[in-house]
Design a protein around this ligand. Sequence first.
Ligand SMILES: [Zn+2]
Length: 189
Amino acid sequence: MDFNSHADAIVRVAVGLVNELTPGERRGRAFPLPRDLAAAAAEGLRTGYPNHREVTEGEAGELAEIAARLRGVFDAVATGDVDAAAMQVNGLLEETRARPLLDRHDGEPWHLHFHGPGGTMAGDWAASCATGLAIVLGSEFHDRLGVCTAPHCDRVYVDVSRNGTRRFCGTACQNRVKTAAFRARGRVP
Ligand SMILES: [Zn+2]
């Protein structure tokens, strides 16, 4: 995909936050809201930013609320309702007052941040994730946000494959479905 690398990382964070912080099902099993929300939130953020700092309980709670909103965007795209996804992203952009600002820190080159004015970590991530998803929805790759199609899994993904044919959250679910199909064929005379 042709997003800039910072936007790519932000979209990966959005995926990570949804997958770690929204209850549902994962790879064939129930996935309740994690008991250690702070650890789960940090893991979600590290999906895009491997060196992200630890997260406090309070921040994790806020991030979980944001993750629920972000999931709505993936759900809408997965059901083919890109209009609804766009409306949800616009709502988040307005609420978080995301705005682009070039920043340079920690020895990195200049890069775009999309922070809101609130100055909280969760608020900054809400603004950034909303912007990242807006970049995807506003591009020719608008249908690349997805929800796993394997049975009993609702984890989300961003499809960066060349032909855009991804259907699963990961290889575990892909293999699960393949194995089930193989067994089903074996039973048919
Ligand atoms: Zn899955």
